[in-house]
Ligand binder design. Structure first.
Ligand code: FES
Length: 125
């Protein structure tokens, strides 16, 4: 298990507002370039790989737009799959039985950090 020293800065904590725009960050997922994102819901931050469980493409139709209009669910812009913000589980639409791939994120000293794991790694320079 990696320790906190491996955590990577995403952004300032106040850049991610409750039910508002998410912040994307570059990752390498299973060796492929991709993005992760962080959103705030219920006062806590949640991170996921930006890859729909229906077709493996990015969710946001405009950069950082992950919540649907009610602000209760994350939504894929392509075919409207919706996901529970706290767990990433599919709550409706074509992602049935699927789930967003979580990325560990942490809010600390007014910043948000993400934590690489065995699958989601930092992008190499
Ligand atoms: S690609 Fe996300 S709902 Fe189809």
């Amino acid at each position: 298990m990696a320790d906190a020293a491996d955590a990577i800065l995403v952004c300032a904590a106040d850049a991610v507002l409750e039910g508002g725009r998410g912040v994307r960050f570059p990752v390498s997922a299973g060796g492929e370039d991709g993005t992760g994102f962080v959103v705030r819901y219920g006062g806590r931050v949640f991170g996921y790989l930006n890859r729909c469980a229906h077709v493996p493409i990015e969710l946001d139709w405009a950069e950082g737009e992950f919540f649907e209009s009610s602000g209760l669910y994350l939504m894929c812009s392509t075919h409207g799959a919706i996901y529970v913000p706290e767990s990433g589980f599919c709550a409706g639409g074509p992602c049935k039985g699927g789930r967003l791939r979580p990325i560990a994120v942490e809010e600390r000293e007014q910043n948000i950090y993400w934590q690489p794991d065995d699958y989601v790694r930092p992008v190499r320079a």
